[in-house]
Design a protein around this ligand. Structure first.
Ligand SMILES: [Zn+2]
Ligand SMILES: [Zn+2]
Length: 327
């Protein structure tokens, strides 16, 4: 009787042990996981997002057959402009996060897996192509060897926490400061009472065959290089964003969308990404459920190899937060 009682007490204290359904793909694993902790503040020109990287929703089981890492607590500190501006030219994402969600979990679309395991081949596998299995859960997320959980696509768990309504839901902030929304937006982005619809990206799989000296075969979406942008094909621009009215900007503002098809999470910035997104935070010593051996067995193929990293052009040395990026 006493045992049963203490068990009940323990269960009621497991973070997130609510009536929420378990992850569809892998089931849930709630034990030993610290609570989600995130702080979003604005100081001066910047918005700061500080988090422990622990999602505020159920996840798949990690490690799993295709992702050998366990989720552990992180020390994530991101900074972005509170009033973002367009840069003179767009910036392609490197092997870094595109942005950070409201729950403090990074959006990181690029997987560091290349044809013949050689980044110089110029053929990079697309994580959500359905052609390779990176052990993603139903939030399109998995875990790096550092224990960092991150989204490669639609953060379903976060969206259901936020209401899962058929409207533009603010999901987070890009490294350049622009807002990131769910897949829904206005049919006419400048008319507040126009119908809500799913945003379509303007990217598609190329037709035809891959060139010589390549993986060969038809373009089928396996590789990043299989996709092309076609102006006007969908609702969004090359950065997977557009100018329009969103719930917290009745006058309209440029914003990004996460889409159900490629690029899923944007791969280009309209503004200048902040250098705070270009460092790899260390996991805390208090990390739970992750051991040295976990990290050494098999490297997460989503983790960039050193050679693939874009040099942090804005970085000016270590520090709690890097200096102001050039305008
Ligand atoms: Zn929109
Ligand atoms: Zn990944």
């Amino acid at each position: 009787m006493r045992i049963a009682f203490s068990l009940l007490v323990i269960i009621s204290f497991i973070p997130g042990a609510s009536a929420q359904p378990a992850d569809k793909k892998y089931g849930s694993k709630l034990s030993k996981r610290p609570r989600n902790s995130v702080e979003i503040t604005i100081e001066g020109d910047y918005r700061y997002v500080t988090s422990n990287g622990i999602p505020n929703h159920l996840t798949g089981r990690f490690p799993n057959r295709n992702n050998p890492n366990s989720i552990s607590e992180q020390k994530l500190e991101f900074r972005m402009l509170a009033k973002p501006v367009a840069a003179k030219q767009i910036t392609m994402i490197g092997m870094y996060p595109f942005g950070v969600a409201l729950n403090g979990v990074p959006f990181e679309p690029a997987a560091a897996e290349f044809w013949k395991r050689d980044w110089r081949s110029g053929w990079q596998y697309e994580a959500l192509s359905g052609k390779i299995n990176l052990g993603l859960d139903s939030s399109n997320a998995h875990v790096q060897p550092t224990g960092m959980y991150h989204y490669h696509g639609m953060p379903e768990g976060l969206i259901s926490k936020l209401g899962r309504r058929r409207k533009a839901i603010l999901l987070g902030y890009a490294a350049d400061g622009f807002q990131i929304y769910s897949q829904y937006c206005l049919t006419d982005p400048l008319v507040a009472n126009s119908k809500i619809k799913k945003m379509g990206s303007s990217c598609r799989v190329k037709s035809g065959k891959r060139s010589d000296g390549s993986p060969g075969g038809k373009f089928d979406g396996t590789f990043l290089q299989d996709y092309e942008f076609v102006q006007g094909l969908g609702d969004l621009d090359l950065c997977n964003g557009h100018f329009g009215i969103v719930p917290n900007s009745p006058a309209g503002v440029y914003h990004y969308h996460i889409t159900e098809t490629y690029p899923f999470i944007p791969r280009f910035f309209l503004g200048t990404p902040d250098s705070s997104f270009m460092t790899r935070p260390q996991q805390t010593t208090a990390a739970a459920g992750n051991t040295e051996s976990d990290q050494k067995v098999t490297p997460d193929i989503s983790q960039p190899s050193p050679g693939t990293r874009r040099p942090p052009s804005l970085g000016r040395g270590p520090g709690r937060f890097p200096p102001r990026p050039p305008r």
